[in-house]
Design a protein around this ligand. Sequence first.
Ligand code: BES
Ligand code: ZN
Length: 399
Amino acid sequence: MKIKLLSRLLIASFIFSSLTVNAVEDKNVFISIGTDALSFIQKKFGSRVKEVESRDGISIVKIDEDALPWLSLLMHRTFNRCGGFMLHDDAVEADNLLNSQGDQLFAKKNSFVSYKIDQDAIVKPMIEQASPANITATITQLSLFQNRYYKGEFGQKSAAFIKETWSNLIKNRTDATVEYFKHARWDQPSIILTIKGQSDETIVLGGHQDSINGRIGATARAPGSDDNASGISTITEVIRLLVDNSYQPQKTLKFMAYAAEEVGLLGSKEIASDFKKRNVNVIGVMQLDMTNFKGDDSLDIVMMRDFTNDEQNKFIGSIIDHYVPGIKWGFDKCGYACSDHASWHTQGYPSSMPFEATMDTMNHNIHTANDTLTVSNNNASHAVKFAKMAIGYIVELDH
Ligand code: BES
Ligand code: ZN
């Protein structure tokens, strides 16, 4: 194991040193991308792209920075993926991502303890109160901001709105706080609501707050009603249900609205690495990113298989079967590190991403001015299923 570790460090430092040289001369950067797209981009970009390493369906690629906007466009058109790749700070980070995907040692470290599902007395009455109207109202309010871009005034104002909304929900509790998690490199803060239990074991329910217009730019209209006002509004309803029912957790619950996801999972990367550094005992992470567009006729909830914990994914499936009967769920893959669940997974925490549709039937309006509630028929009948599932997940993990 020591040898393996040493060789990895050597590879990483070799890649890293070549990066620093190239970064000055050619402005090369490292990205991770689905291996299925590799030969396509090599054909398109020729010598401007070099494969560094591929494993388990993910490839690390060194690419000319100027090619990124084109790459994003092509990935969108040809592979039906949003950005379709993740940009990394350096080669070491890219290497960590690759290791987190398939490494057996990693899989062991990233372990999830399964629980008996037996909290019906608490969960059932709570999920009966789940309100699509509340979720609709929050989506509507979040969509009113011009955009929620991580840089600039709108993204800061929308963050303040979320902080205020969450603070109002817990104002009568002494065991709960809402705080900004500030980021040094940009202005939009992440938001963390904590309900403290006796135990330091921690359960995280999160989603990204930012929105982006991927075609026009930073100040353009980006309502982001599905991506991801829907996730934040679902989380808001989960908090409301727990508080209205005076739920007192044994473990510590944390609800997060991440900043700057749309530009490379930046907010969640800083938070997950901070938690790891402080050795916070996170026993489970659920990511809600897009919950209100029912893409697939035959499936309601789709568990993403990549950069997630298999055991926990199956457990969440059992939660759905038990508490949200009639809801059909299945599996799919993003094909790359598509949302904040990957930030936690890479730090070794068990993480899951229950999603609104299969990749084939996804909402094509995201990252445009047309990502509005109209696309979801102006209601939250799909998102409310995710609120019920999340209540079941939290309460069962807490016991
Ligand atoms: N919500 C999307 C990810 C997504 C889109 C998942 C469609 C499944 C289907 C997310 O906000 C996003 O756009 N992520 C970026 C990735 C990031 C590393 C920049 C993307 O897909 O380009
Ligand atoms: Zn998103």
